[in-house]
Design a binder for this molecule. Structure first.
Ligand code: SF4
Ligand code: SF4
Length: 295
């Protein structure tokens, strides 16, 4: 039945390969755990057809009827809500993403267990809209196995190279998203580096407010140090979540819109910003804040 559903002979062989191979590892807080074959197979199936899913969502997001009318936005919000168990992301600053990469790399698994790989941004590849850096999807553990096997140009990397990629993405103004399925840390499979022009997850979030969660950190601004919009204003243009705006001669920070990416801290010329612990981090059960270096 699975073979009939998947259609082509190549596809069927892939499916059999992923069902019968054992030893897939997932991230489970403070250890690596083996996952069952159904878990692996379902995620492999998603990975296989992810480009088609992204193309459909991109097509919808480019229709003004869907993004600029009450009706369209309501439909999109309904679709995003129904996608509760598909990939969602937690926003973190670069140092937190680096901490997680190092933590995953240090976890004990089977001798040859795969920890990290990198490949072309699945959104850029699916939509054929390229922008550098483009080789920036850092897949982890069983996610690395799946995407390596899908033959989309992924390669194994170590924690040092992953760190360098994250820093390169930070310097390009991208936002790190820790993506997971099924609302579970065991389904954490990739660290994406997102923008607001191409990334389908971020663009969906910007219309619906769904599919992206705030990380454990939030920005704090010292008004006395801020140079103001006429001299600086860098925090306004860098924030893809529109948390900063100009009000008269000063900068207004809307903390409810801060998802904790840390980009405004990086570009702040007045040294007026820092990341502090968020009062309530809702995804502690998915990726614990201590693994992100947040005490
Ligand atoms: S306010 Fe700063 S830290 Fe918060 S989401 Fe915007 S750029 Fe990121
Ligand atoms: S980036 Fe910093 S100094 Fe510049 S306007 Fe924003 S808070 Fe002020």
């Amino acid at each position: 039945m699975i073979v009939e559903f998947l259609g082509t002979p190549d596809c069927s062989l892939d499916a059999l390969w992923c069902v019968f191979l054992v030893g897939h590892l997932a991230f489970a807080g403070d250890r690596l755990v083996p996952i069952n074959k159904l878990h692996y197979f379902l995620h492999w199936l998603y990975g296989k057809y992810e480009p088609q899913v992204l193309m459909i969502v991109d097509w919808i997001l480019r229709k003004k009827l869907m993004t600029e009318t009450v009706f369209g936005r309501a439909v999109l919000t309904g679709i995003a809500t129904a996608s509760h168990y598909l990939p969602h992301g937690i926003v973190v600053p670069t140092q937190s993403a680096i901490n997680l990469v190092r933590y995953i790399d240090s976890l004990k698994g089977e001798e040859d267990s795969l920890k990290l790989a990198v490949g072309p941004c699945v959104c850029q590849m699916s939509l054929n809209r390229w922008k550098e850096p483009s080789c920036k999807d850092i897949v982890v553990l069983y996610g690395a196995e799946i995407y390596l096997h899908l033959n989309r140009g992924y390669r194994i990397i170590d924690a040092e190279e992953a760190t360098a990629i994250l820093e390169q993405c930070r310097d390009a103004g991208l936002v790190h998203c820790l993506d997971f399925c099924m609302q579970s840390g065991r389904w954490h499979f990739v660290i994406c580096n997102c923008d607001k022009e191409i990334c389908v997850l971020v663009r969906t979030f910007l219309v619906t407010g769904k599919m992206i969660y705030a990380g454990p950190l939030i920005v704090k601004q010292d008004r006395n140090r801020c140079l103001g919009p006429d001299v600086c204003g860098a925090c306004v243009s860098i924030c893809i979540f529109k948390a900063n705006s100009i009000r008269g001669e000063s900068i207004h920070l809307d903390s409810t819109r801060c998802y904790g990416c840390g980009q405004c801290v990086r570009v702040c010329r007045g040294n007026a910003r820092e990341m502090i612990r968020r009062a309530r981090y809702e995804k502690e059960h998915v990726i614990p804040s201590r693994l992100l270096g947040v005490d």
